[in-house]
Design a protein around this ligand. Structure first.
Ligand SMILES: [Zn+2]
Ligand SMILES: [Zn+2]
Length: 308
């Protein structure tokens, strides 16, 4: 190459560049999936709470936002999801403890509106499930004009998203040019649902599956839900499986003790369809008898009776 004519060297350079670009392509490109970026690390809570914002708003892409509540306001540090279609915005969950979730949500909607020249975007509020650390801010959205509020209860979910029969049917949320499938996944809690966002390929798995301690109140229902959710993803693009907490550390098989506010070495939020398969596989093997299943990135923990 050293002594070859200039045009040959230029050709080789172009081929090398094409190779780099080729390698950066995303497969499968034909699905029209809109990609985004997750942060390398989240603000968790501390080390100095005075310096930590109550909410971290992460723009995954211009129409998909992840809100994380600070551990300084509540140790559960839940993740909330705010998604925009052409006609409506949708919020999944309203946070834990005493919080000012409506302020941050409407601020984000206003910024989106400015950018997209849309004022008064209607908002749909729904939930991953009915536990207190996901519905604490509900009152801030109920009875507001321009807000459709769907309580975390099976009858309301059935009606709002046309899920029939429950829990084996699949419901639908249409935000205008953007559809999300609603998959009932009782087991961690009776009213739990997962959402599949067809636009980003993201599966929102709530408290049923995330990097941490997955507590199971109804073993049979949880195992059946895992199978239905896994079957649902068959043949679909799954870019990320995003849950609602992180308790796991980056070190395999280890987690932060319950109540930890500051988690500098926490596991990333995103799991993959590989984790979903691993989760379902372990559960199906233990389907006849509740068992503690310690996996690399999460632990399934059977618990008896309703949540205290
Ligand atoms: Zn829960
Ligand atoms: Zn939770």
């Amino acid at each position: 190459m050293k002594n070859s004519p200039l045009f040959l060297r230029a050709g080789a350079a172009l081929l090398a560049l094409a190779g780099v670009l080729w390698n950066q392509q995303v497969y499968p490109p034909g699905e029209g999936v809109q990609l985004g970026r997750l942060p390398h690390r989240w603000i968790t809570g501390g080390p100095r709470c005075m310096e930590v914002p109550d909410w971290q708003v992460h723009e995954y892409n211009p129409d998909f936002y992840i809100l994380r509540q600070s551990g300084c306001t509540h140790f559960e540090k839940p993740f909330l999801y705010l998604i925009f279609g052409k006609e409506k915005a949708m919020l999944m969950d309203t946070g834990a403890g005493v919080n000012d979730v409506a302020r941050i949500v409407f601020q984000t909607i206003a910024k989106w509106g400015e950018r997209n020249k849309r004022s008064a975007m209607p908002l749909l509020v729904m939930h991953s499930h009915a536990h207190g650390d996901h519905i604490a801010g509900d009152k801030q959205f109920q009875n507001l004009p321009n807000v459709t509020f769907v309580a975390a209860s099976v009858p309301e979910l059935e009606k709002a998203f046309a899920i029939r029969p429950y829990p084996t049917g699949i419901g639908l949320i249409d935000l205008g040019g953007r559809k999300l499938d609603v998959i009932p996944i009782p087991g961690h809690e009776d009213n739990a649902v997962a959402l599949y966002d067809r636009q980003t390929g993201i599966l929102l798995s709530g408290d049923n599956l995330y990097p941490g301690r997955l507590s199971v109140r109804n073993w049979d229902a949880y195992v059946a839900s895992a199978k239905r959710l896994t079957d649902f993803t068959e043949g679909k693009v799954i870019t990320h499986v995003l849950g609602t907490h992180i308790e796991q550390k980056r070190t395999p098989f280890s987690d932060y003790v319950r109540g930890t506010l500051y988690q500098p070495e926490e596991h990333e939020l995103a799991l993959s369809r590989g984790h979903l398969l691993e989760w379902n596989d372990a559960l199906q093997r233990s389907k006849d008898k509740p068992a503690l299943l310690a996996m690399r990135d999460f632990t399934v923990i059977p618990r008896q009776g309703p949540r205290p």
